[in-house]
Each structure stands twice: as C-alpha cells, then as structure tokens.
Design a protein around this ligand. Structure first.
Ligand code: MIC
Ligand code: SF4
Length: 647
C-alpha cells in the first residue's frame, strides 16, 4: 500500500462510508465530542429534539467557559440546563472556573489517534497531540453524540516540513503566523495541514497546540502533529501515560503541497488589524503606542506561556501607558502559577488577573478605548470583536505581548535586553478533576428556566423561488459580522431576541436594521437572500450565524465562495448556499435585486449548475448560472428546510 499521511491513517481507521479521494465526501466515526456553553445549549436542545436518550460516543464533555460574565440570569440559566442535561445524557460537565474547553480537553481528555468533534472552531487544538480534531456546528456535534458518523470532504493534505529550532523570543505563535502569511486565511477549504520533519521534536505539546489551534484561521478542516516522545512526556505529566500511542505519517508519505519551514529562521510576527491573515514582522510595526495587552485564550494560555510571562515580569513593572490582563487557560495552570510564585510576580508587576475563561477574546470585558491599539495573544482580530467599534487589534506571541506590556509600545521581544527564560516541563501537572462532574447513576430532572427557548424549525424551500437581496457584502465576511457575540452572548438560547443583532455591524443610524428589513420581507411572504464575495463565513462554528438569519426569513445565499462550517450550518438549518459560476455576476447585484430560480428540485444536482435570473429595480432581467458544492444528502436536507424541519 502507498505510504500514508497521518491524516489519511486516522481517517481510514475511522472510515464508515465513502472513498478516500480528495474532494469526495466521506463519513467517519467520531470517538469524542466537546461542547462549550455558548454553542452547547443549542446543541443539547437539538440532541433532545432528536430524542436521544444517552450519548453513544466514547467520551463527550461539556465545558462552561465562554459565558461566564453572568450579567443577568440568562447564562447561569444555560449553565443549570447544561449541567442537568449532561447528567441525563451521560456527558461529563466541566464547571465554570475549570478553564477553556480546548486547553482543558488537551490536558485531561485528548487521546492521540482518536477523532474529536467540537462545537467550537478551535477544536483542532487537539491536533497538538495527534488527534484528528475538528470544529462543527452544534447540530453536527449533537448528531455525533447520537452516534451518527460525521461527513467531511476527504482532504488534500498540505505538509509543513519543519527543520531547525526556534530561537530565543521566537515562539509557536510565530510559526502559525508565518504559515498564515504563506497559506492565507481564505481558499483552504477541504485542506488539512500536517506538520512533520526533524523540527517537530523541538516543539513541546503546548507549542504544537498553539499551532494547530490557530490553524482554524487558515480555514482548513484541521491541523495535526505526530504523537511522539514529547507527547508521551506531556501525557505522563497529566497522569495519563496510558492514553499515549505513537502516531505518525509513513516514511515517504506524499503531500499535495510541501511548505519548508526552518524554525531557526523565524522571527516575531504580528497579525495586524483586522484579519489573522494580515501578517507582518513585529519589527515592521514596532513602536506603535498600545493601550492594552491581553495574554490568554485557547491559543496561548498554557503553563509554558504563563511561566515565561511571569519570569519576564518578575521584579519589573507594566508600563503606565497600558493595562495588562492575564487569563490562565485552565484551573490547572492557574493553580500551578499560584504555587510557584508566578502569580505573585504577575500581580507584583501590576497586571490584572482574569478568570480562566474566554473573556475578552469573545468581547466579554476589557474592550479597548476608542482609537487605541490592543495587543493580544489570541487567535482572532476580526473588526469589532473586542467590543469596541473600529478596533485595532494585533495578534502576537506571549513573548511579544509581555515585551510590549513593559515598554508601552509594540516591541520585538528580542530588543528587550532581557535573557529568555528557560522552560522545563514539570514531571507532573498535579492533575485534579474535581471540577469535572461525571454523569450520576440517577440523574434528576432537566432544569429548564424560562430563558431557555426551543431551536426554531423551518419549512421546506418552495420549488419556485423569488428571493430579494437584503444585503450585499464583500470578501471575508466572518461569523462575527453575521452574528456578533460579546455583549449579546447572553441571548444565545433565545433566538427571537438574538436575531435582532444579525449583521448589526452593517446597520446605519436612523435606518431600519437588517433584522427589521428581513422581518418585513418575511411577513410579506418573500424569501430573503444574501449576496457575498469570497470566503463568506470565516471564523467561528456558531450555528447562530445560520439559525438567526433563517429565523428572519433568509433562505438563500449567493456567494463567490463559502467556508466549510458555515456551509454545513446553512444546510442544517435550511438556507441554500449557492455560488456564482461567474464571479463577476456579484458586481451587478444591489440590495433589492430579486433572484428567481424555477424548478428548484429538478435543477439542484450535487455539485451541479443551475439557471437563475436576476431582476433589477429598473425592470431589466439577466440570466446567470449558479453552482453548488452540496452532496445529494445535503440537497435533501436543505430542500426540506434543514434537519429540524417542520416537514
Ligand atoms: C470564537 O472564538 O469565535 C468562539 C466564540 O469560540 C466560537 C464559538 C461561538 O461563537 O460560540 C468558535 O470559535 O466557534
Ligand atoms: Fe474561547 Fe477565544 Fe478560544 Fe473562542 S478563540 S474558544 S472565544 S478563547
């Protein structure tokens, strides 16, 4: 047999249906799932709607890490519901305070060679220990919990051949930012990234996890590292050596493209406003004044990162020009920091310690002042994500972040004149799972307070469509544009309320909002449509970016290209995602243009073309060709109005 990549090996070991040919759909068995609270509430409501008694996976974990601000009863109501439904369905429940899902899952539950599906786009963090870990919408994760195989496009695998070793002050974040500068943040749908070569063994598990985590920003299905002796050392320190197995590509495995990366040559990098793909060298932006620095998030909040930061801060003080916030990624990390004096060094330096949770990464607190620069070790800097309109957010390594915190301006850490702190992996991370509740033998009632709604259901698509374009937008529209999080996160279980904020960033003062316009159209019985450019739906897995527009009557998307998770979410909730055959057709469309598609059922064929007409305000009409990337099953689902349809 032909030598295989690690991605191919794991997919083949889990294959249920389909052929392992790049571009074709396959179905694989999912071993583990994870959910977080901002997407999990809907996922469990959907699991209940499916009538599933107990989950069928080897392991499913629900984390409370996103909505921990608890400004009002909505989110604690979600938490109560989740704790009780997890008890009933056989799911472990990681309590608020235990940490960010990806960090904790890596520490306590990830197993090399297994498949993991998570209702969060940064689930590929698990690739750091050799898992095939993917993000998906809540409904897809609910189906995986119900034992239904997961459908994915069999990927082409890009190999990143690592040689050399990182120089002092150059970090894993600079590796992934460099990869982002090569592959970009769009055009990578249907791809996986696999790291291999002699440079791999120079990277510890937390470093590898930073790289696979932020692989999400490439728009790939997932990224994976081999599982080797460094993985074993990590799992041993977690008291889980028995979970280890060696996982690697066969000698001579072929990749669809090979990127050579000499770690020794890398330098500190920054993703500049407002896309993770907008990467420059830190030296090119050094000197810019900064008003706040944040260190944490699922990308960079490991013990390794935090200890380095503490050692640099020891005996020094944060610049008076800015605030430094630090959020350790898990309770395990926080506890170790409190025992080894790191926390004292941080507090002594004047930093603000935040809860082990997502917090500012999703716009929950710590928004920067207007017109000022925020420097963060996070993974996304989409416009307004910090909670401040027209924000300027730079994404950097913890090394660059701490150097910046000391000087008050964006600083290449190599110029700080400080010795780079050495890192030694501890023999034990002193694991303690007392904040993870195992499902009890006799669960009580499922607690459903009045803020917990029902997932909305949808009607079949008509065969004769005449839809109206409600919004025309450009390239790289993210799910943060479509469905803002931050201050509105508390409405995640209340679809009518949350829907008011769909496309809020495009609303103009004094004019009807997108939601008002969409509802008015819906009430007239006309289907709403969105027209968009390239890479529509970058970013998160939040299925609310499908559910809420669908609730407002949007049933059609015409885009140049659509990202993987949003496309799946659209299908799941009855919005038909189509692409322009001729990209320039987008140019003639404006808000109010009507789109007519006749004989939809006869015309819509897997990956096939269909004819449509554009009808303009001046009464003229033009024929166009639309195409799709849907499978026969997707077509059936979307036509009947999604998986929870009223049909
Ligand atoms: C994100 O980083 O954007 C989130 C918040 O974690 C999302 C999930 C959500 O919107 O709840 C993600 O990455 O999938
Ligand atoms: Fe949480 Fe931010 Fe990671 Fe999303 S990217 S899981 S909001 S820490």
């Amino acid at each position: 047999m032909k030598p295989m990549t690690l991605v191919e090996k794991i997919i083949r070991a889990h294959l249920v249906e389909g052929e392992c040919v790049p571009g074709q759909d396959v179905k694989i068995h999912i071993d583990q799932t994870l959910c977080q609270d901002a997407t999990g509430t809907m996922a469990f409501l959907e699991l209940e709607a499916m009538g599933v008694d107990k989950v069928k996976t080897e392991l499913s974990v629900q984390y409370i890490d996103h909505n921990t601000m608890q400004m009002g009863p909505e989110n604690p109501n979600d938490h109560l519901y989740l704790q009780s439904v997890c008890a009933a369905k056989g799911v472990r429940f990681s309590r608020p305070g235990n940490g960010i899902c990806h960090q904790v899952h890596l520490e306590r539950f990830g197993v090399p060679g297994k498949t993991l599906l998570g209702s969060d786009s940064h689930t590929p963090t698990g690739g750091g220990i050799g898992m095939l870990a993917m993000g998906a919408g809540g409904l897809d994760v609910a189906m995986a919990m119900a034992g239904v195989p997961f459908k994915l496009t069999y990927p082409r695998v890009v190999g990143v051949h690592l040689t050399g070793h990182l120089q002092p002050w150059v970090a894993a974040k600079d590796v992934i930012l460099t990869v982002l500068s090569i592959l970009g943040s769009q055009g990578n749908v249907g791809t996986c990234v696999e790291y291999y070569g002699p440079g791999v063994e120079t990277l510890s598990v937390p470093e590898r996890a930073t790289i696979t985590n932020m692989g999400a920003e490439l728009g790939v299905t997932t990224s994976v590292f081999p599982s080797d002796q460094a993985t074993l050392a990590f799992l041993k320190a977690e008291g889980r050596a028995e979970s280890w197995s060696e996982q690697k590509a066969d000698e001579g495995a072929e990749y669809s493209r090979v990127i050579e990366l000499n770690l020794s040559e890398l330098v500190p990098m920054a993703a500049c406003p407002s896309n993770p793909g907008n990467v420059k060298k830190v030296s090119e932006v050094a000197g810019l004044p900064v008003s706040q620095v944040l260190i944490g998030s699922c990308t960079n909040s490991s013990l390794k990162d935090m200890r380095m930061v503490a050692k640099v801060l020891l005996g020094r003080h944060v610049s008076e020009k800015l605030s430094l916030g630090i959020a350790p990624g898990s309770r395990q990390v926080l506890k170790l920091l409190s025992e080894d004096g790191s926390l004292a060094a941080m507090v002594g330096a004047g930093c603000r310690i935040l809860e082990s949770a997502c917090g500012p990464c999703i716009g929950q607190g710590f928004s920067p002042a207007d017109g000022t620069i925020s420097v963060r070790t996070f993974n996304r800097n989409f416009l307004n994500r910090t909670g401040t309109k027209n924000d300027q957010c730079y994404l950097v390594s913890p090394e660059t972040a701490v150097a910046t915190a000391l000087t008050g301006c964006l600083t290449d850490p190599r110029t700080l004149g400080v010795e780079y702190p050495a890192w030694q992996m501890p023999d034990s991370f002193e694991p303690d799972d007392s904040m993870v509740l195992a499902p009890p033998e006799n669960p009580g009632e499922i607690i459903r307070k009045e803020t917990i709604g029902e997932p909305p259901k949808c009607t079949p698509l008509p065969d004769e469509i005449e839809a109206e374009i409600l919004l025309k937008c450009g390239d790289k529209i993210t799910t943060d544009h479509i469905m803002p999080a931050g201050a509105y996160l508390k409405y995640r279980s209340n679809i009518p309320r949350y829907s008011r904020y769909v496309f809020e960033c495009f609303n103009e003062a004094g004019k009807p909002t997108f939601a008002e316009r969409a509802e008015a159209l819906r009430d007239k019985g006309v289907i709403g449509a969105i027209a968009a450019g390239l890479s529509y739906g970058q970013g998160s897995s939040r299925e609310h970016a499908a559910i809420c527009p669908m609730y407002l009557g949007v049933r059609l998307l015409l885009a140049r290209t659509v990202e993987r998770i949003l496309r799946a979410n659209y299908v799941n909730f009855g919005i038909l995602p189509l692409q322009f055959k001729d990209e320039t057709d987008l140019d003639s469309i404006t808000e109010g243009t009507r789109v007519r598609i006749s004989n939809l059922r006869a015309q819509l064929k897997p990956a096939g073309d269909l004819e449509a007409s554009l009808m303009f305000a001046d009464g003229t009409e033009r024929k166009i060709v639309l195409t799709n990337t849907l499978s026969a099953e997707d077509i059936q689902v979307v036509l009947k109005g999604g998986r929870l349809s009223l049909d």
